[in-house]
Design a protein around this ligand. Structure first.
Ligand code: SF4
Length: 324
């Protein structure tokens, strides 16, 4: 194990041994983000979004053991997997070197990353390019990348010889640079992210939208209209949308971050959604607004349901609701 105290985006970097980079059977298939496979070269992100669900999911994983000794909180660390490229190559090939997945009809979509941002700085951009190239040269798969950075065009240009198999998306739940900076520590401004999405679209790359996680709004219709205009719905293949979900301390952290940045009214609106019926109304209003601006064949609205709410959401699947 290599615990060199290098830093990345002002966080200490821990490099851990790993058995896999590629997960062939992820739950992300249900969200329609991929056809099962995902890959990740890291276990803790260089960014620090208050609403991030990864710390609650991963802070008891074996990869997080490395943090105990140095008394570092999961959200304050970057965890990278050692020899990521070699491990991925080995997962995609038999021991005699033949590719395992070289059927031209196997064009499934692989998604990255379920755990970290794939382009949070130039070092990670280079790593992502290397990993994508291994997949692209060993399979006929398509790759969906998601980032909160403005660096995806760098990856796209480097992999432009595979442009028909790459799909790029930037995620944001707000167009307000100040709100985003409050709850997505370390990420580039939303305006820069949107500009990078436009660059990808103008250069003819495949793109998708990720309006996520969106906060409670005074006017959901206006919110969706402005968001869809910004990401250019007509140029996106699909648009995923989701409201904020409670995972571990994520909701409290987000409310606190908004308050600390002076967004008291937004924080109060979000805090009120801890009441289950208010949260449900917030989710439904967000969904209904998006149905006005996003065609059903493009909308992929992710919604956690309960036995009480399942029926209403099931009736919305024809408009783009995906029940979780
Ligand atoms: S960019 Fe994604 S993975 Fe990274 S901290 Fe933010 S929500 Fe978590």
């Amino acid at each position: 194990m290599n615990n060199e105290r290098t830093t990345m985006n002002r966080k200490p970097v821990f490099t851990v041994p790993a058995r896999t980079i590629l997960n062939l059977q992820s739950a992300f298939q249900h969200k329609l983000l991929c056809d099962g496979p995902t890959f990740s070269a890291g276990s803790a992100c260089a960014y620090s979004c208050a609403f991030c669900y990864v710390p609650s999911m991963m802070n008891r994983s074996a990869h997080a053991n490395v943090l105990t000794e140095s008394k570092t909180r999961f959200e304050d660390a970057v965890i990278r997997r050692q020899s990521a490229a070699k491990i991925l190559h080995d997962q995609l090939h038999f021991s005699d070197g033949r590719p395992r997945f070289n059927d031209p009809k196997d064009t499934r979509v692989v998604y990255a990353s379920p755990l970290v941002d794939v382009a949070a700085n130039m070092e990670l951009v280079r790593e992502t390019i290397e990993l994508c190239r291994i997949i692209l040269e060993s399979t006929h798969w398509q790759i969906r990348l998601l980032s909160k950075s403005n660096l995806l065009p760098v990856i796209a240009r480097e992999l432009s010889d595979f442009r028909s198999r790459m799909i790029y998306g930037v995620s944001t739940g707000t167009l307000d640079d100040g709100v985003a900076q409050a709850i997505e520590a370390g990420t580039p401004r939303v305006s820069k992210r949107i500009k990078s999405l436009h660059t990808l679209q103008d250069e003819g790359y495949r793109t998708y939208g990720m309006i996520c996680p969106s906060l409670p709004q005074d006017d959901y219709f206006a919110f969706s209209r402005e968001m869809c205009r910004a990401i250019r719905t007509e140029k996106c293949e699909h648009i995923w949308c989701e409201v904020i979900n409670v995972r571990g301390q994520s909701m409290n952290r987000t409310v606190d971050a908004l308050r600390q940045a002076g967004y008291d009214a937004v924080a109060a609106q979000l805090a009120a959604t801890s009441n289950r019926s208010i949260w449900e109304a917030y989710a439904r209003e967000t969904f209904l607004a998006h149905t006005q601006f996003i065609p059903p064949q493009k909308l992929r609205f992710l919604q956690y349901v309960t036995p009480e709410t399942r029926n209403w959401w099931t009736q919305q699947t024809y408009r783009g609701a995906i029940l979780l």
